[in-house]
Design a protein around this ligand. Structure first.
Ligand code: CS2
Length: 502
């Protein structure tokens, strides 16, 4: 393997088939601070921003912030922030070098530098992909005020650990300096993600306003409630984790090394509520849909794409399928996903002009992409954080409509079974969940009680009249899985369909 590295110098000498930034990176000013520079951000938002920069915008470079690990910074900084986006479809792989990330910061190493970037008047948008669990919601959906990182951030506003702490402190400093607030654009897979973050941050600010560490400061909660815009957005692009084989292949194709290329699919979608008082890039020129209300798109994506993804992951893991395409090619799982969609589609707004059959047909193609090798174990992570908006919400609405969500509830049972299979049929730590320690601490219990305990820990259907029905359905599926594996649970649903006796 070559030892030369991708960088501003070597990017000029890449093979002609590789698309490179066609703009002067030095002339770009930073305008966006992004919290959570994972592979998803690098395949999605950073690529859209790269398109805008290539079209001549100069004020929207990205400063990437990692809230925890230095790994992305360590990979990208020696490459001047450049990296390869490998777009893998059925017709092969196209390589793009993305130049929109100008610099990287690692928050735990230098919180002051992150706050300086956030308070810089040139920063007009702060975007986030920090994953569901980093919003630190309690089981009832409100801010988890007892979380040690929240307690820390309230006592130490100048050296926060959480996104909430960084946003609150920088918004307070901007106001004190007479700098208008930035717009906060949440890009995580949460329902009403902007409104959700707004609510959580106001919750944080109220605690902060009441905390002795903030005595003498002007109250912040009202400022955030009234003056800061939090448009919601729906983000979509499938981004499997990069493997060493990907790194080796890309190095050969480029002729230089890229420590962390990102793999993705040709499809991409971004729907954003158009509330940007401090301005924004002209994203709409590159296929981004700017709307007044993102909710119908978001629900469709969370319930049909992500809901099916979780089903494919947990049922697939329990059936021995390592990747999404293999799981989806299993006729029984394919039939199950069709029925899952049939169950979830009626919960979507009928008057929003959604074309659910075109959408699911396209999803079926995307899930069948064999070039991605998207691992079921990757999607299986953090189920307790993902299932509420992907599965539980639709299941509750089905019960309200007088129907039985028997397929949706099998996904929950398969999640519980897959969690419990780790260290037995599945490798230990094959995937992880924030509830792992609490789940492990549950003793032997009858099935109904066990499922109820899991619902309580995860906050599924908390306080809702539909909770008990859901628990009973999940427990019945879980018993089937225990007795005869996922095959028995599926056959109890009539999958695979029995051939008629002649
Ligand atoms: C996946 C998502 O890992 C997961 O939970 O369902 O990351 C999914 O690939 C993206 O939301 C697609 O946009």
């Amino acid at each position: 393997m070559t030892s030369r590295r991708l960088s501003n110098d070597t990017v000029q000498s890449l093979p002609a088939s590789v698309a490179v930034p066609a703009y002067d990176r030095v002339a770009i000013a930073p305008g966006i601070v992004h919290l959570g520079v994972g592979a998803f951000h690098r395949a999605h938002q950073a690529a859209y921003v790269d398109d805008c920069l290539a079209a001549g915008e100069t004020g929207w470079g990205i400063i990437g912030v990692s809230l925890r690990s230095p790994d992305t910074r360590d990979a990208l900084t020696p490459q001047d922030g450049l990296y390869t986006l490998a777009v893998r479809g059925s017709d092969g792989e196209a390589l793009h070098i993305i130049g929109s990330i100008q610099s990287m910061l690692v928050a735990p190493e230098d919180p002051g530098a992150v706050l300086a970037a956030l308070t810089d008047p040139r920063t007009r948008i702060v975007t986030l992909t920090i994953t569901e669990k980093a919003y630190l919601r309690a089981a009832d959906g409100s801010l988890d005020a007892a979380h040690p990182d929240i307690v820390h951030d309230l006592a130490n506003p100048g050296s926060p650990k959480t996104a909430h702490g960084y946003l609150a402190e920088s918004l307070a400093r901007r106001r004190a300096a007479g700098t208008p607030p930035f717009t906060v654009l949440c890009c995580d897979n949460l329902p009403a993600n902007g409104a959700t973050l707004h609510r959580l941050l106001i919750g944080f600010a109220k605690l902060r306003d009441a905390h002795p560490a903030a005595s003498g400061d002007a109250p912040l909660a009202g400022h955030i409630a009234d003056e800061v815009a939090f448009p919601s957005s729906m983000v979509d692009r499938i981004v499997p984790a990069t493997t060493d084989a990907d790194r080796a292949r890309i190095a050969v194709e480029l002729g230089v090394e890229d420590a962390w290329p990102v793999m993705t699919e040709p499809f991409r979608q971004w729907v954003i509520e158009d509330t940007f008082p401090a301005g924004r890039p002209a994203w709409e020129k590159f296929g981004v849909t700017m709307v007044e209300d993102v909710r119908p798109f978001e629900d469709m994506k969370l319930r049909l794409l992500n809901g099916a993804h979780s089903g494919i992951a947990y049922l697939g893991l329990l059936s021995g399928h390592a990747t999404v395409d293999r799981s989806f090619a299993d006729p029984a799982i394919r039939e199950f996903v069709d029925r899952l969609w049939a169950e979830a589609i009626p919960t979507l707004p009928g008057d929003a002009g959604l074309d659910t059959s075109a959408y699911t047909a396209e999803l079926a193609e995307r899930f069948s992409n064999t070039a991605l090798a998207h691992r079921t174990a990757q999607i299986a992570n953090d189920g307790s954080q993902k299932l509420p908006q992907r599965i539980v919400a639709s299941a509750i609405e089905r019960i309200q409509a007088g129907l039985v969500p028997e397929h949706l509830t099998l996904v929950i049972a398969a999640w519980i079974a897959a969690c419990e299979a780790r260290g037995k049929d599945l490798p230990e730590a094959h995937f992880t969940d924030p509830l792992d320690a609490a789940l492990a601490a549950l003793g032997e219990q009858p099935m109904l009680e066990r499922v109820a305990a899991v619902f309580d820990l995860a906050g599924f259907a908390s306080g809702r009249p539909e909770r008990q029905t859901l628990i009973e359905l999940v427990a019945a599926h879980r018993v089937h899985i225990r007795q005869g594996g996922i095959a028995l649970a599926l056959s109890a649903l009539g999958i695979p369909k029995k051939t008629k006796l002649s």
